[in-house]
Structure formats: C-alpha cells, structure tokens
Design a protein around this ligand. Sequence first.
Ligand code: MRU
Length: 345
Amino acid sequence: MVIVEAVRWSDDQRAVRIIDQRELPSREVVRELRTLDDVCDAISTLSVRGAPAIGIAGAMGLVVTSLEFAQLARTSFLDRLQENADRIRATRPTAVNLGWALGRVLAVARASDESGESLVRRLRDEVTSILDEDRAMCRRIGEHGAALIRDGARVLTHCNAGALATAGIGTALATIYVATEQGKHIHVFADETRPLLQGSRLTAWELSRAGIPVSVLADGAAASLMRECGVDLCIVGADRIAANGDVANKVGTYALAIAAQRHGIPFYVAAPSSTFDPLTASGDQIEIEQRQANELRMGFGVRTAPESVGAYNPAFDVTPAELITGIVSDRGIHYPPYDFSKGLE
Ligand code: MRU
C-alpha cells in the first residue's frame, strides 16, 4: 500500500516540506516553507490541512522561523518565539492540535536553559517527537478502529481524515488502511465535501493511490445513499473534541450524523489524544472558523454564485455527542456517556 507523507522536515531540517494540497488531485507538488509568511500562508490557504497535520506543520514552522533570531539573548528569543507562535495559531482557530503543538514547543523553550542554535536543536527534537507520536497514534487508531469494520463493508466518510491530514496513516482512514491490511475488502464512499472538496480531491486521491475502492458523492446524496444503497458505518475525523464528547469537524459532519441516526447507521469519530480538549466543556464553546465568501461565490476560480450575494461559510460544525456511536482514539474505543474532562485515561 502506498501511503503519502503530507508533512516532514526538509533534508537540512531548516524548512517544512509539505505536499501542496491545493494542487491535488491534478498535480503532486512539494513545497518548502522557510519564513513565517510561508508557514501562515500554507496553513490558512489549506496547502497543509487536517488537524494533526497543521499542528505538526505549525510547530515545525515555529522552529524553522526561530533560526532567524537564534542569536538573540534568551528573553528576547522567547518573546519573538511567542509572537511567531501567536501568529501561526491565529491562522486557524478550530483545531485544538495547532495550539497544542505550538504550546509544546513554547514549553520546552521556556524550561530549557540553553540558547542559540543548541536551543533550536532542542526545539527541533521536540517537534520530531510530536511527529513520531502522531505517526504511532494513527497506527493505534487504525488497529482499534479496524475491529469495527467487517469484510465487505461499505463505509461512508466526510472530508479527509487520512494520511494527508496527519504525519501517519490518518485517523478515520487509518481504520480502513489497517482493515485492508488484515485482508478485508472495503468500499469507501467519500462525500465530496463542499466547498473545498477535500473528499473528492484528497480522500479519493489517497485511497485510490493505495488501491482501495472508493466512490465520490455530492454531500447532498449521502442520505439517499444510506436509504437506497446501504452503508454499514460512517467514520469521520475531528478538529476538537470537547469534554462532553461534542465534536467539531468539517462542515457537513453534523448533517451526516443526523442522516446516519435516521437510518440506524453507526456513526464513529476517530481522533488522536491531541484532538481531545478537556478545557472546553462542550461544543458551544468551540470557536468555528468562518472562511471567505468567495470560496462559495467563486469556487476554484469559477463564478459559482452572483458576486453581490451574501454567503454563510463556516469551515466546521459541531456534532452533538448524542449522535456519536463511539470515538476511536489511540487509547481504544470510547462509548457514551463521554467524559473527557480529565483528558484520555
Ligand atoms: O479544513 P480542513 O480540510 O483542515 O478540515 C479537516 C477536517 O475537518 C478533518 O476531518 C479533521 O481535521 C481531522 S483530520 C485527521
């Protein structure tokens, strides 16, 4: 199985190397991010995207940009590092992974008594650990979640929670990769995921590259797919999981969960420990990123709505815990009633 590497260090470890996801599925373009503007632009334009991947790219970016002021005295270095972290964090507010990964780098910097290039090396090691841990968490999510998928299953997913969204084999799609390794034959249905088409551009691309059968559908066709053709289970990723089990994920997830409940189809969420946010009590408190109207009015450069009309374009929505059958994490499968107020046990 060929699984893609969405984010990694450049060979000299002085840049973040990403696959530019805006170009997929037409072209596989690799980009190197070296400056603060490069990093912020890549995250806000979704060149790199998916909660774990933006956490890793953001943290790598923070380290890379700190090379520029590595010679400053310790206090000034820490001030600049904090400023850069604040700018990176502000690019996308919903996924908790971004602030979490930046926070880990800042904590190591504050705790260390080193300075200059040796401090930067220490920060780089911390980000490499985050990357390795993410890879391992993806694998464990896949192993736990594969047990939910029977041979011959028809699985519906939304957006892209695959290798392109993480440092490893993904979260929701990890369950499919591992089940496939176990010899199960699975057919994946990928919601196209309006308006930026992460399902048809990215999920369909990475699954077909891995040799897994996949069909795309318009988001609005999901309920009739369930009624007319049958779906065994839905599985999606998450950008933030509140203490009560409410889940923020790509807009359209909530509607999918409602449709799944109406048709008696199990609805699972898959996410690593880094996506659980014990400090957010419920979904009402999750900040939902609002994106530009032109993603709806001028999709991919084509006029798709009159220029003068208003637009409602949240990037994410919140699915209430009561619609979620189970949450697959690297620690196992969690069932209701959910209580993540102390993190994952
Ligand atoms: O706007 P995106 O493409 O970054 O949204 C991504 C999602 O909603 C994913 O489902 C989520 O980040 C989980 S990725 C493992």
